[in-house]
Every structure is written in C-alpha cells, then in structure tokens.
Design a protein around this ligand. Structure first.
Ligand code: UT7
Length: 338
C-alpha cells in the first residue's frame, strides 16, 4: 500500500475572539494597609496598582478559565463542542495533575478536544499563543482555545508586603482560527528563556525537589518568593530588547504600532519599555491599576480592556510583550483581525 500525502497550503493563524473573567471580590490598597505595613501611596507610586480581584475559597483556576472561555466562544458564536484544542497557561493549576486543560475540557463541554497546560509564568499566555498558532498554521486544527489563567492568591503569603501587594486572580481566553483570504493574523515572535534567573522568582515547595511536608509548610515554601529588584532590572531590559528584536526584523518602528499590550507586572516597567520603543502612552494598554499582576491572565485581560475602550480594531498592528519567572521573555507581533 502506498502512502499518499496531500500537500498543505500555507495557513496563517489569527485571534478571532477574546473573553475574560475576574472574580468579583476586591482587595484594595486600603484593605492591604490593614494587613501589612504598607500604604496606598507607596503601592501606587512603585507599581501602579490600586486594587486586585481575588477568588473566594473553593474557586480554582479552572473555574476562572471556563468563565473566560465561555465569554470568548459566545462572542464568536460557536459552541464549546467545536473546540479542537485547549491550552491553559498557568502556574497555579487546580492540582499538579490532571492538567487544568482537562478540567476545563470537562467543565466547558468540549468532547473530542485535546489539550495540555503550559508553564511559563508571566510569559505563559504568549507562549501558549504561539504553540496554538502553530497547530492552526500546520493545517491540522481550525479552532484552538488558548487560555491564560491564574489564582495567584493561592500561593501568596499575605504577611509578606513585598509580594502580596502585587498579585491578583484572573483569566483571559482567545480563540485561534485560520485567517481568511487577505488577513494576516499572527506575524512573528521572539521568545527567550534564561534559567539563571530561576532563584529570583519562584515557589520552592510542592514539586519533586521539595515535596510538601510539615517542614516545607512551616518554612513558607509554598508561597511566591521574589527578589523584586533583580526581576525589575531584568524585566526593564529584556521586555524592551525582545520588543525591539521582533520589530526590527520586520522593518518596523515602535511608533508604527497601533497598540502595545504588555504583561502587567509594574506600571514603571511598562512605561519604560514604551518610552524606549518610542510609543506614545495613549497606544499602551495599562489596566494594572484594576487587576494587579494576574500572571498568565494579564495579556488577554489587557486585550479585553483595549476592546472595551475601543482601542483595537481590524487591521491594527499590535505588539505583545512579557517577562516572567524563569526567566521567560516574549514579544509577539500580530495584526488584529476582528
Ligand atoms: O510578573 C512577574 C515579574 N515580576 C515583576 O516584574 C516584579 C518586578 N519588581 C517590582 O515590580 C518591584 O521591584 C517591586 C514592586 C516588587 C518593589 O519595588 P521597588 O521599588 O523595587 O522596591 P524595593 O524592593 O527596592 O524596596 C524599597 C523599600 C524597601 O525599604 P528600605 O529597605 O528602603 O527601607 C522595602 O522594604 O520599600 C520597602 N517596601 C515597602 N514599603 C511599603 C517593600 N515593599 C513595600 C510595601 N509597602 N508593600
């Protein structure tokens, strides 16, 4: 029997819908003033954050992911049963296994779909976006759901003022589909990891190196540990470098972009990157004041903010950028197609 392979035509991938979800409960800077030695002025000046949303007990990452995915699919007018692949970027899976993608598949109702979780911290969403796009571009899949979701409150020490003021809970989802004739969709990306930064931002307990014991709990090893200044210095440099790399190899200047949608870790990191790229502030999407740092959730949540504010329209040239634990670095260039 001879094997005949059909030649595949070049397919491009595009984002065809966005949805997001944050839990209703708010943790404001005034609330934090009552919990740790901090104040609203310090938090706003150093981070840009005013409030964040937190889950109630019993609500997990898959719950936020499902809500964001429902909105995303409803807006596109398709049923969950049409989804072929689910990729969930997260560092706070409901549990180590099964993958949160499996829990989402079941709760959302996507029979026949396959999927997996992707762990790249704050760069998780753009990394998952590229993996999903390649599944579309290969011609194998036509409907890939990419979700960035984190319940950071599940791994934050609310007696540590250096971390508890930063993080929030939230999720965003996008649908990836093949471009129609004349559309461009995802154009290019630059990703880089630097494992030498692992010690600067991590959660040391609960994995195979330090499995959970009474001692790991007593030593607070199941919480986020961060050397804020080391991460800050790396993020300021690398977010700009990655962005410049992807722009320059496509013959573009920052001033030619319609919209810059960066990871929301610190308003100062975002503004410094935008300034280096020569991007006017009114083209930079910032919602960290309302949501804090939701790790894998920030970029799709910021896409939703841009849509809500009428700042994204078909044909816009958009840059995404991220730096996160690992270190992980990413920059994505795309044309908005809806
Ligand atoms: O998305 C994941 C990637 N993460 C990031 O990108 C985070 C990057 N880092 C940052 O955003 C910043 O480093 C922080 C927001 C975490 C900290 O801001 P900073 O301007 O770098 O502050 P710092 O760590 O240099 O601390 C300055 C001072 C210290 O006091 P002394 O030693 O000068 O007396 C801290 O103890 O501020 C103190 N401090 C606080 N004061 C009031 C630290 N946290 C707080 C706080 N409230 N919550």
């Amino acid at each position: 029997m001879s094997l005949t392979l059909k030649p595949r035509t070049q397919v491009r991938a595009k984002i065809s819908s966005v949805g997001s979800y944050v839990p209703p409960r708010l943790l404001t800077n005034a609330d934090l003033e009552k919990m740790v030695e901090t104040n609203d002025q310090w938090i706003v000046e150093r981070t840009g954050i005013r409030e964040r949303h937190l889950v109630d007990k019993g609500v997990a990452t898959s719950d936020l992911a499902v809500e964001a995915a429902k909105v995303c699919l409803e807006k596109r007018g398709i049923s969950p049963s049409e989804v072929e692949v689910i990729i969930v970027a997260t560092v706070t899976p409901d549990m180590l296994f099964p993958a949160t993608a499996c829990l989402v598949q079941n709760k959302l109702g996507c029979p026949g779909a396959w999927g997996f979780d992707l762990s790249a911290a704050c760069s998780g969403f753009p990394y998952a976006l590229q993996v999903g796009a390649k599944l579309v571009e290969s011609g194998v899949h036509k409907k890939v759901l990419v979700i960035g979701a984190d319940v950071m409150s599940s791994i934050i020490d609310y007696t540590d003022r250096t971390t508890c003021i930063i993080f929030g809970d939230g999720a965003g989802a996008v649908l990836l589909e093949p471009c129609e004739e004349g559309e461009v969709g995802l154009i290019d990306f630059w990703h880089e990891i630097d494992g030498s930064g692992g010690a600067s931002l991590n959660m040391p307990g609960g994995g195979s190196l330090n499995p959970a014991t009474a001692e790991t709990v007593a030593n607070k090893m199941h919480y986020v540990h961060q050397d804020g200044q080391a991460v800050y210095k790396f993020a300021v440099r690398k977010m700009a470098e990655a962005s410049e790399t992807v722009l320059s190899r496509n013959g573009l200047q920052g001033s030619e972009l319609s919209c810059f949608i960066p990871h929301q870790a610190n308003k100062r990191i975002i503004l410094s990157t935008a300034e280096r790229l020569g991007m006017p502030e009114d083209r930079v999407v910032i919602n960290i004041d309302r949501f804090g740092n939701t790790t894998a959730g920030t970029i799709p949540l910021a896409m939703q903010t841009a849509l809500d504010e009428g700042r994204l329209k078909k044909g816009d040239l958009v840059l995404l950028a991220s730096v996160g634990a690992g270190f992980t670095v990413g920059a994505t260039l795309l044309r908005w197609e809806f």
